[in-house]
Design a binder for this molecule. Structure first.
Ligand SMILES: Cc1cc2nc3c(=O)[nH]c(=O)nc-3n(C[C@H](O)[C@H](O)[C@H](O)COP(=O)(O)O)c2cc1C
Length: 434
């Protein structure tokens, strides 16, 4: 398997290190979490560590049930938040999340190109088809995954063509000749498709000629096919190295099938890191963070993803392949449902053990609970096996754990030659193409 010599690293600005009970710690600064300064501080630290980008996942819905214990997906609008960061940073990429299911593509193309101007070429788009929020947009039901991906492909094509519809070269600003722009270079897109109709052109020129990176989240067969056809990277859940190897190999083959180079698509799994000075302390940090997450919520989540009702099972009974009913027809995310199924098939865990695994709550990210050395060793292992092109850090447990990622893990990866020691380019695409 081909190996990516230098990793690409992104840092989540969703404060995952405050999730579970971690926000209750005295040093969490939870009161600041909706302020611009909070995320700005992390973005500056991430830029000092020379990361490729900071990243804001997003959702357009409030989970009121979860709100008593945590933010329930509440957050600032990601593109506006990143605009405030753009003015105070100069090199780091700014990856925002915008759903293709709910918003009109003209507005999305304009907002992203606006942020691209404000940041001098540092915007990236995390394309999601979304999991919730349909009722906030007049849709009684969430469209099926197939329909969402069809629309996503059409939507993405429109946004790309809108960005090209007013190219940077068209802007002349020629004072002596009094010529503002060369209108012969403007190309309306006249799109009339299955889901969307957009005439164009965009009312904003492109910033320079660097392409805006596209990142995709979602890894069902439809998701993989879509990602490998257009995306520069995929943000994926890969709980173990075999899952990452399979996904990376598959995406590379699919990219070639779409006439692209295998290296054009980069696998960047989410990486959850609970770091402490010793392994024992790290395990305690993990346990303290998650003790209050109640079993009722986990049982409901297992039921929704597999159709299996474990509420009355003895906690020491093993869950095996025979226990699994066929996949439910209505699934929020096929990726997460498949990952939970895969865990049950591979490990045949007891109910008690199953409840401790991240796959159960639909965040089946790669997870490291240990020391800085453990993290560096594990990341190096995945990199040298050709399982990843990089990762998106979603640190957990505490602010200190998040800081260890930026202040210690990343510099050690750079010392080992696995990550850049300085930026060589200015745009987000420059960093990805390095
Ligand atoms: C790692 C990962 C991260 C995701 N992040 C978001 C997000 O920030 N916002 C969102 O609305 N959907 C998010 N999604 C949902 C996907 O966009 C997609 O709707 C969902 O996974 C269903 O597609 P699938 O069947 O291909 O998995 C994410 C999915 C994955 C796997």
């Amino acid at each position: 398997m081909s190996v990516r010599e230098k990793l690409h690293i992104g840092m989540s600005l969703a404060p995952t290190w405050l999730s579970g009970d971690a926000w209750r710690r005295s040093d969490s600064e939870i009161e600041q979490v909706y302020s611009s300064d909070y995320a700005l501080d992390i973005a500056k630290r991430s830029e000092a560590a020379k990361l490729d980008f900071v990243f804001r996942p997003d959702s357009l819905f409030l989970n009121v049930e979860a709100l008593e214990n945590g933010p329930g997906f509440g957050s600032l609008d990601p593109t506006i938040q990143l605009a405030s960061i753009a003015r105070e940073t100069s090199r780091i990429g700014l990856l925002t999340t915008v759903s293709t299911t709910f918003l009109p593509p003209y507005v999305v193309a304009r907002q992203l190109q606006s942020l691209n101007w404000i940041s001098s070429g540092r915007v990236g788009w995390n394309i999601v088809t979304a999991l919730d929020g349909n009722e906030n947009f007049g849709l009684a039901e969430m469209p099926s995954a197939q329909e969402r991906y069809e629309r996503a492909a059409e939507f993405t094509e429109i946004v790309r063509r809108l960005w090209e519809s007013y190219p940077a070269e068209a802007l002349k600003l020629d004072r002596p000749d009094g010529r503002y722009a060369d209108s012969s270079l403007i190309r309306p897109i006249d799109h009339d498709g299955a889901h969307l109709r957009v005439k164009g052109p965009l009312n904003l020129p492109a910033f320079g000629n660097a392409r805006i990176p596209l990142i995709q989240a979602g890894a069902s067969p439809d998701g993989r096919n879509f990602a490998s056809s257009v995306a520069d990277a995929i943000f994926a859940s890969a709980p173990d190295m075999e899952a990452a190897l399979e996904l990376r190999q598959d995406l590379r083959l699919r990219a070639e099938g779409h006439g692209r180079k295998a290296d054009d698509i980069r696998l960047m799994p989410g990486l959850s890191l609970y770091l402490e000075q010793s392994r024992e302390e790290a395990v305690s940090l993990f346990n303290e963070t998650h003790t209050r997450m109640n079993s009722a919520r986990k049982f409901a989540s297992i039921m929704a993803m597999t159709g299996l009702d474990l509420r009355d099972w003895p906690t020491q009974r093993r869950v095996t392949a025979e226990d699994l009913p066929p996949l439910p027809e209505k699934l929020r995310s096929r990726t997460h449902a498949e990952l939970l199924r895969r865990l049950i098939l591979r490990e045949e865990l007891t109910v008690a053990d199953l409840l401790t695994r991240p796959e159960v709550i639909g965040s089946a990210h790669w997870q490291i609970v240990g020391t800085v050395e453990d993290a560096v060793a594990e990341i190096t292992k995945w990199q040298s096996a050709g399982a990843i092109d990089g990762f998106i850090a979603v640190p957990g447990g505490s602010v200190a754990s998040m800081r260890l990622v930026l202040d210690e893990v990343v510099p050690r990866l750079a010392e080992a030659g696995l990550f850049r020691t300085d930026y060589s380019g200015n745009t987000f695409m420059d960093h990805l193409e390095e």
